[in-house]
Design a protein around this ligand. Structure first.
Ligand SMILES: Cc1ncc(COP(=O)(O)O)c(C=O)c1O
Length: 383
């Protein structure tokens, strides 16, 4: 959907992270409705946007608590009034003082572990400080990243260590990252069920061993939007759905028209004999993510749109340097008219391959508001 025609970008110095508020709100509503229909809570993962006005919209839509990927996010969101926070990256001893400091200031910050070593570290730090940390055990449902397998006897050992060592055993959580390789509706539905059933199985093993497991937290954007059943799950976490991106579109999780984030860029030159258009968005603006490389449609470093946001399906950013992007036709055909079609100084937009990575290149979003204005929303990065 093109942006309101009267928005004037001419004063913006490119590259710029442009956010379409209408699409953003549509994406938030779509996810919240899907998770509500499953009868569980949605805990938005705020690592995608790292932006307070975006999180406020997720909360207003019905989100309960947030998940973060850094303690810096936890600090920033706690300062803004969010006090139910899951730090969804495995905790290490060196971060526990920081976690405790946040908890002692009133933040119900929860951490995750997936090993006896991690559990020991939490218990030891808790004992030393006379503090009860709240901990979820991370479960591995697909062999893709971290976690303890649901049928691994180590699971019960970790649970006992925490529970008997004075920590609050909050439950289990998993992230079915394998969903990013499941193409098509049926494969996604089956994978969502794999994520659910394995995480619920882990919770059941803990309960059978006499351990508490109140929270069963699953989630990724593809699984949250594909699950048919959430029996045994208490909450789902999802992040990238706020912006969506070409990986999600390539998987069939959203349409290209649902991608709310784009990079506004300016044509800075041509190599007309090769059919190249050079733009001022290189990897520093777009990121180096090549997440559609193994998709049926490879979108390179991003899909090119006109300045008003209409996708030019034949044109992608096919190569990047730090501050240069090379825009070419997808079929590599040389178009003798690139200078006329994309004049020097003209503007294009590039849709991101992986919105979290592209957004991370910027310190603010320029937002095309629902009423046709441009606003600036700050975002934060770093650790
Ligand atoms: C632990 C955890 N939970 C939830 C998510 C959200 O997944 P998505 O961005 O697909 O919604 C992520 C994403 O990386 C994650 O690492």
């Amino acid at each position: 959907m093109p942006a309101a025609a009267h928005v004037d970008f001419s004063t913006l110095e490119t590259p710029v992270a442009l956010l379409d508020e209408r699409r953003l709100e549509r994406n938030i509503h779509h996810m919240q409705t899907a998770v509500n229909a499953l009868g569980v809570r949605l805990r938005p993962h705020v690592k995608t946007a790292k932006c307070l006005p975006v999180a406020a919209r997720q909360r207003e839509a019905g989100g309960h608590g947030i998940a973060v990927s850094t303690l810096k996010e936890a600090e920033a969101f706690f300062a803004a009034g969010y006090d139910d926070i899951l730090y969804a990256v495995g905790i290490v001893p060196g971060k526990l003082d920081h976690v405790r400091a946040l908890r002692e200031r009133g933040c119900a910050l929860k951490v995750i572990v997936d090993s006896a070593d991690g559990a020991h570290a939490v218990v030891e730090a808790g004992r030393a400080a006379g503090h009860a940390f709240e901990v979820l055990i991370e479960v591995d449902v697909d062999g893709e990243r971290a976690g303890v397998a649901p049928d691994d006897p180590a699971l019960i050992g970790i649970g006992r260590l925490l529970h008997e060592g004075g920590a609050v055993l909050g439950g289990v959580m998993t992230h079915g990252g394998g969903s990013y390789h499941r193409f098509g509706h049926d494969a996604r539905v089956a994978f969502a069920e794999q994520e659910r059933s394995r995480c619920v199985q882990a919770a059941q093993h803990l309960r059978d061993a006499g351990l508490p497991c109140p929270v069963v937290s699953t989630g990724s954007t593809p699984t949250a939007l594909s699950a048919h059943d959430a029996a045994g799950v208490t909450e789902m976490r999802a992040g990238v759905y706020v912006f969506n991106d070409l990986v999600m579109a390539g998987l069939g999780v959203c349409r290209v028209d649902d991608v709310a984030l784009s990079v506004l860029t300016t044509v800075i030159g041509h190599q007309a004999d090769k059919g190249w258009v050079l733009v001022d968005a290189g990897w520093m603006a777009l990121s180096r993510d090549r997440g559609t490389q193994d998709h049926p449609i490879d979108q390179g470093y991003g899909l090119v749109c006109t300045e008003d946001g209409t996708a030019l399906d034949d044109w992608t950013v096919s190569a990047v340097n730090q501050e240069h992007g090379i825009v070419t036709r997808r079929d590599n055909a040389t178009s003798a008219d690139v200078r006329e079609r994309f004049p020097l100084g003209s503007r294009l937009r590039v849709l991101p391959i992986h919105a979290c990575a592209t957004a991370a290149q910027f310190s603010e979003y320029r937002v095309l508001t629902n009423d046709g204005r441009l606003e600036t929303w700050p975002r934060f990065g770093g650790w």
